[in-house]
Design a protein around this ligand. Structure first.
Ligand code: NAD
Length: 473
């Protein structure tokens, strides 16, 4: 039985005191309390940073292949417990089990193993013009601050490259879904990761998170979460000239070009937009369609949205689970209400409670059409199962609408040919663009333009975020 009343610091479980705040972690499908988790205070964060700082000199001197070995051992141990961890994440986040297995756990394994491979290929030292040496030196102690929607995967996307380069880490997971990170701590201990290399302190963002990112012994902050918190974190980190990587919000557009496969495009976009109940930064939440195809797209969107199975995500037939919390449900319903009052046409879904689901933070899969670029629903990140359909007259107008966002995270093109799609994609101001529903791999660089972030995660590129260059001549 996991003890959620402690912090993982310096390779030990440090018990919380009676004065520590405890937060209830709920199953969002049933509203049952899964556990009460102690929230770290400033002194716990100080201890965790001290442990990471003490571990840094020896960890940073280990060879890349030794560090890769630990990452692979952690991945193997997670893989051996896939079902247990996937079910735990399903119970605390509400992700349907298939997605929990494939992405919540599956992509965690990719991030760990890709970083291990990258560590062994990374150019930690190279000659410069025959007269100098350029070294890539680990930055030091990294603060990793993560959100609740893909809690383990996003942790792996940070800690794997950080550990691979020789940095040590203090992880502050989201207070909303921290249970799976206790399993990670157990595994780190089992595989013999040296004490202090990875420390895990669940806590409230504005308390433990704030103390961690402003700690003078932290050299870099790697943050995934809202743009609101990210801009604040960047300004705090700037006071000490800390390195910052930010993975923030999005309002990504899927664009169907004339001649693109309408049915495939709409089915894929609807499924993508509603995956993890739309609580996905890179979800394609705007669907841009040629005006002459609008009526057909609307009827396909209704068909595919209504085919979603809403319910308890532990049931394998369910495709859309609840939102993570009551607060998140309220936010999403507010977005839907505002979309209706601003004149968007509700095709399916809406704010009413879904029938047959008495408990749980459910919102019906919702599709709007008649959305215009200036409407809030076309501009604001909803982070719920809501798709907006916008029509365009010319390809130039499609580009203008797609780029007319403060975000620049993802996007998709649906075109007659791969070549046409690749060419069109060059006009989008976003960090990644898929063509005709292609699935990315975890070693591709991932990150955003504009208010979607700074820096990249995934594969070799992620390691660059955690090194400083030293030139010796
Ligand atoms: P959030 O910003 O509320 O919280 C994220 C993390 O930051 C949590 O651990 C929280 O405790 C912590 N935090 C909050 N305030 C802090 C502060 N002042 N100092 C330090 N830490 C602080 O985000 P969320 O609600 O957990 O996640 C949803 C958001 O995350 C969405 O906007 C979504 O787009 C974004 N997101 C982005 C990506 C990406 O890769 N670009 C991936 C997933 C989620």
């Amino acid at each position: 039985m996991t003890n959620y009343d402690s912090f993982y610091i310096g390779g030990e479980w440090v018990p919380a005191g009676t004065a520590h705040t405890r937060v209830e972690v709920l199953n969002p499908a049933t509203e049952e309390v899964l556990a009460k988790v102690a929230m770290a205070e400033n002194e716990d964060v100080d201890k965790a940073v001290a442990a990471a700082l003490a571990a840094f000199p020896s960890w940073s001197q280990t060879s890349p292949s030794v560090r890769a070995g630990y990452l692979r051992a952690i991945a193997d141990a997670i893989e051996a417990r896939t079902e247990e961890i996937a079910n735990l994440i399903t119970s605390e986040v509400g992700t349907p089990t298939g997605l929990s297995n494939a992405v919540q756990v599956g992509w965690t394994l990719h991030y760990l193993r890709d970083a291990a491979d990258a560590a062994e290929k990374f150019d930690f030292e190279s000659s410069f013009g025959g007269t100098a040496v350029v070294r890539k030196v680990p930055v030091g102690v990294v603060a990793a601050v993560t959100p609740w929607n893909y809690p383990l995967m996003q942790t792996a996307a940070k800690i794997a490259p950080a550990l691979a380069t020789g940095c040590t880490v203090v992880l502050k997971p989201s207070e909303v879904s921290p249970l799976n990170l206790f399993v990670l701590a157990e595994i780190a201990s089992e595989v013999g990761l040296p004490a202090g290399v990875l420390n895990i302190v669940p806590g409230i963002g504005t308390i433990a998170g704030e103390h961690l990112i402003s700690h003078p012994d932290v050299s870099a902050v790697s943050f995934t979460g809202s743009t609101r918190a990210g801009t604040h974190i960047a300004s705090v980190a700037a006071q000490d000239v800390k390195r910052v990587t930010l993975e923030l919000g999005g309002k990504s557009a899927a664009i169907i070009l004339p001649g693109g496969d309408l049915s495939a495009a709409v089915r894929s976009t609807v499924n993508d937009c509603f995956a993890n109940s739309g609580q996905k930064c890179v979800a394609h939440t705007r669907l841009l369609v040629p005006a002459k195809s609008l009526a057909e797209v609307e009827s396909l969107a209704i068909e595919y949205a209504d085919a979603q199975v809403l319910g308890n995500p532990i049931d394998p037939s369910v495709t859309v689970g609840p939102l993570v919390s009551d607060a998140q449900r309220t936010r999403v319903r507010d977005h839907i209400s505002r979309a209706i009052s601003s004149g968007a046409k509700l095709l399916t879904g809406g704010i009413e409670k879904p029938t047959g689901l008495e408990s749980g933070f459910f919102v019906k899969p919702t599709v709007f059409s008649g959305v215009t670029p200036e409407m809030p629903i076309a501009q604001e990140e909803v982070f719920g199962p809501v798709l907006s359909i916008l029509s365009y007259e010319t390809p130039e107008e499609a580009v203008e609408i797609a780029n007319g966002s403060e975000y620049g995270l993802g996007g998709g093109i649906w075109s007659k040919s791969r070549e046409e799609g690749f060419e069109f994609a060059r006009q989008l101001r976003t960090g990644q663009v898929s063509v005709n529903g292609a699935i990315p791999t975890a070693d591709m660089p991932f990150g955003g333009f504009k208010k979607s972030g700074i820096g990249r995660e995934g594969g070799m590129h992620a390691l660059e975020e955690f090194v400083d260059l030293q030139t010796i001549y």
